[in-house]
Design a protein around this ligand. Structure first.
Ligand SMILES: Cc1ncc(C[n+]2csc(CCOP(=O)(O)OP(=O)(O)O)c2C)c(N)n1
Length: 371
């Protein structure tokens, strides 16, 4: 299931107890500097994004969305790392980073609109510094490294001026590490000393391909041969994910070059709503990881810190309100014109596309037309 023998940064054990091993003391110091409000924000947003995710799955099942990509189980990796990204830094996600998106002000409805096909990713990447979702695995990692190289050439690294300097973070999955694009990205980042953190969410499955078919060595060591050091982090521990991302983004911004973080987590749900994971993995394995749920773990920690019941009730009520709100907003959205699926495939007229469009039109007419 998981090579438990590898060293891993973990601050919050699965039973919710907090402790810092000596070799990781600098990560613990980052957490010491956080106040209760920040800790509550981590919890609130993890719970919020899970509720959003559950509602989005239901909306897809009701025919309101074309597809949904759940991130259930990965909330700590996303919220923890997302909040550690600095005020000028840029984020290049893949397609599952809804949690990171909310840490940077992306409106949740804009993600749903994209999954319904009424926009092409309707947030402003300049304003949010959260770039558009990338479906072509690994492509965003090349874009991120290119951006980071540009940042360096522009003299925005290591000047010591926090209003000037910035770094880049790119998110990708364990499956994407098998893409040549990711290896090329590691090489270019290393030789150019680009200010970037490669953030792998190792959720252990790439659709139906297990992690064991993607790598022979643990992924946190994938960068070594290219000259990119790495660290494995417990991806279900929001504090470890925050601390590691904070330290390594700060160092990238200061000019210390690229770094790779492997957040070891688990995809509790399906790959997408088009997938049935019961066909390729055992319930036993899923249950093992459910017991390591990132939100439940953090709740135990917060309660031990003295956070009271009112707070958890308030978060639950806010979740229900959010779900109701996005449900109403989604039902009110227009339906995308069916033929828009052919738009933007080629810039010019294309005979193949024309033939497919004509076929679809004839089919729809035969079925009584598209609503
Ligand atoms: C270049 C490329 N090849 C194949 C696919 C089809 N595909 C979509 S998601 C996926 C699995 C990706 O797994 P992983 O990188 O682990 O990320 P996860 O979906 O688990 O978050 C594949 C093979 C694709 N989108 N792009």
């Amino acid at each position: 299931m998981t090579p438990a023998t590898e060293p891993m940064l973990q601050l919050l054990a699965p039973d919710g107890s907090y402790g810092v091993e000596k070799e990781y003391s600098r990560y613990g110091e980052v957490i010491d500097s956080l106040g209760e409000d920040q800790l509550k924000t981590f919890y609130r947003d993890m719970a919020r994004i899970r509720r959003f995710d559950q509602e989005a799955i239901a909306l897809q099942r009701q025919g309101q969305l074309g597809l949904w990509v759940p991130a259930i189980g990965q909330e700590a990796a996303q919220i923890g790392s997302g909040y550690a990204v600095g005020k000028n830094d840029h984020i290049f996600p893949s397609y599952r980073e809804h949690g990171v998106a909310i840490t940077h002000g992306v409106e949740l409805m804009s993600i749903l609109k994209m999954m319904r096909g009424v926009n092409h990713g309707g947030w402003n990447p300049e304003e949010t510094r959260f770039h558009l979702y990338a479906i072509v695995l690994g492509s965003q990692v090349l874009h991120a490294v290119g951006y980071a190289m540009g940042v360096k050439l522009d003299g925005k690294v290591g000047t010591g001026d926090l209003d000037n300097d910035l770094a880049v973070i790119s998110y990708f999955g364990d499956g994407a590490t098998a893409e040549g694009d990711v290896s090329e990205s590691l090489l270019f980042a290393a030789v150019n000393e680009a200010p970037i953190v490669f953030f792998i969410q190792n959720n252990q499955w790439a659709i139906s391909s297990n992690i064991t078919s993607q790598t022979k060595v643990p992924l946190y060591r994938r960068g070594e041969g290219f000259g990119v050091p790495g660290l494995r982090v417990d991806g279900n521990d929001v504090l470890a994910c925050y601390a590691a991302t904070k330290i390594h983004m700060d160092e990238a911004r200061e000019g210390k070059g690229p770094y790779l973080l492997e957040a070891l987590t688990y995809r509790i749900g399906a790959h997408t709503t088009s997938d049935d994971p019961t066909k390729y993995r055992d319930e036993e394995e899923v249950e093992y990881w459910r017991q390591r749920d990132p939100i439940a773990r953090f709740e135990v920690f917060l309660r031990r810190q003295g956070v009271e019941e009112d707070f958890f009730e308030e978060v639950a009520v806010a979740g229900d309100e959010l779900a109701k709100d996005i449900r109403e907003q989604t039902f009110a959205l227009p339906k995308p014109p069916l033929e828009s699926i052919f738009d933007n495939v080629y810039s010019d007229d294309h005979p193949e596309i024309n033939a497919q469009r004509a076929w679809l039109r004839a089919y729809e007419d035969q079925m009584g037309g598209h609503e």
